[in-house]
Design a protein around this ligand. Sequence first.
Ligand SMILES: [Zn+2]
Ligand SMILES: [Zn+2]
Length: 200
Amino acid sequence: MKKFEDAVEFHGHACPGLALGYRVALFALKSLGRRAADEELVAIVENNSCAVDAVQLVTGCTFGKGNLIFRDYGKQVYTFVKRSSRDEDPARGKGVRISIDWTPPEETAKEKQMWDRYMKGDHSAEVLKAVHNRKAKKIAIILKAGDEELFKVMKGKFDLPDEAEIYPSLRCAVCNEKVMEPRARLRDRKIVCIPCFEKE
Ligand SMILES: [Zn+2]
Ligand SMILES: [Zn+2]
């Protein structure tokens, strides 16, 4: 099992968003079983924030494998569906929908004041230290919280996106670079890529 430190190394810094994503990923694996070596587990994420990096690293649902689906809804909602659980209906699978519903602890007057100064461009050592400590405190709380303090969870059957497919490559008549067939466009009866199609 990946540790939070592994997620920090992958993501580049420790932040509360990453910690939330890490907890989401752990909960998904606890609910649905092992990490996705191939495509058996699919993650549908409704934002592209820091949290998604932890989801990718810990669950093995990655952008490159096609089993991480991004829906640009700006919501802290993560749905995981298992392909191997397909039975009578191959388009649906057993899954869990995790909606983050966490209230950070109330800021102290001192913390508020430091944050204000930070937002106004004060990056003095004193302010930076206070902002860093506040972040570290939040991360520690998230990593220790009970699941029920962090998420609302719905278990059941969910729709599965189509499996990643491999398409033949065509050559763009304008830039001469290769483009996969479903993304190719036709202009003046010539095959072109989307960037060339959209030019002029
Ligand atoms: Zn981050
Ligand atoms: Zn082109």
